[in-house]
Design a binder for this molecule. Structure first.
Ligand SMILES: C[S@@+](CC[C@H](N)C(=O)[O-])C[C@H]1O[C@@H](n2cnc3c(N)ncnc32)[C@H](O)[C@@H]1O
Length: 223
């Protein structure tokens, strides 16, 4: 699947990837960085942040590592320790990562950290900075098992039309099970069935204005 992936430029000038086999991009064509900042940082991390000393985040779909580097950037600003666990079934080749232009958006120190995120060993907790520990797991959400509990889930799978199994109640249960009570899940998707499934899994679900090109996104809080 990974061989034919192409680099594209999105509406805000930042790169993304296009997977021709799925006919799907890794981010919104209206702007990769804009989407990632809006959905995951602003409506996720900023939403839950209230001065905690430590925050556990689970990401479904590490992909280009864009959400991870933006989260690391935020961890440094708020000076909070973030334990970031990310699942990826199809890790990307470094050659492809090197073609993305994300580093041009960051100061030098963060540019270096972006490389560190990608070169970090899999299945190991790696302290990238004192405020950001990364654990990359090469696994499907379907098979993910953990005792760890999360404050925040970034649900960043490919879209429901392209990878429908990821949005079924069974897969969603895998992502919501390790959430703390009061924990939050955010995603760019606002599909009705998906929101109903989240509710049936015990989340209070709200629609939130989406990033450019998307009227709404979803946020759920475990009750
Ligand atoms: C929308 S892209 C993720 C974008 C990523 N967060 C980023 O910033 O680049 C979806 C990601 O989910 C991964 N993926 C696909 N099936 C998966 C599965 N069953 N379990 C975990 N990850 C999966 C894909 O390989 C892809 O990297």
């Amino acid at each position: 699947m990974k061989d034919k992936i192409e680099v594209i430029t999105t509406g805000d000038g930042s790169s993304s990837l296009y997977n021709p086999q799925l006919d799907e991009t890794y981010h919104s064509s209206h702007g990769a960085i804009t989407e990632s900042r809006h959905v995951f940082i602003q409506e996720g991390l900023d939403f839950i942040y209230s001065g905690q000393e430590e925050i556990n985040i689970l990401e479904v779909g590490f992909g280009t590592g864009l959400n991870a580097i933006l989260t690391l950037e935020k961890a440094e600003t708020i000076k909070t320790k973030i334990n970031y666990v990310t699942l990826e079934l199809y890790p990307l080749e470094m050659k492809l990562i090197d073609e993305l232009n994300y580093k041009s958006y960051f100061p030098k120190t963060l540019q270096e950290k972006y490389e560190v995120l990608h070169k970090a060993d899999w299945a190991k907790a790696v302290e990238v900075t004192p405020n950001f520990t990364l654990t990359k797991l090469e696994t499907s959400l379907e098979n993910y098992e953990t005792d760890q509990l999360f404050d925040l889930v970034y649900f960043d799978a490919f879209g429901p039309r392209k990878q429908p199994e990821m949005w079924t109640a069974d897969f969603l249960a895998q992502a919501t099970k390790p959430m703390k009570k009061g924990g939050t899940l955010v995603t760019y998707c606002a599909m009705g069935q998906f929101r109903r499934d989240l509710k049936s899994l015990g989340l209070a679900v709200e629609k939130v204005p989406g990033p450019p090109g998307k009227r709404e996104m979803t946020r759920g809080v475990k009750v």
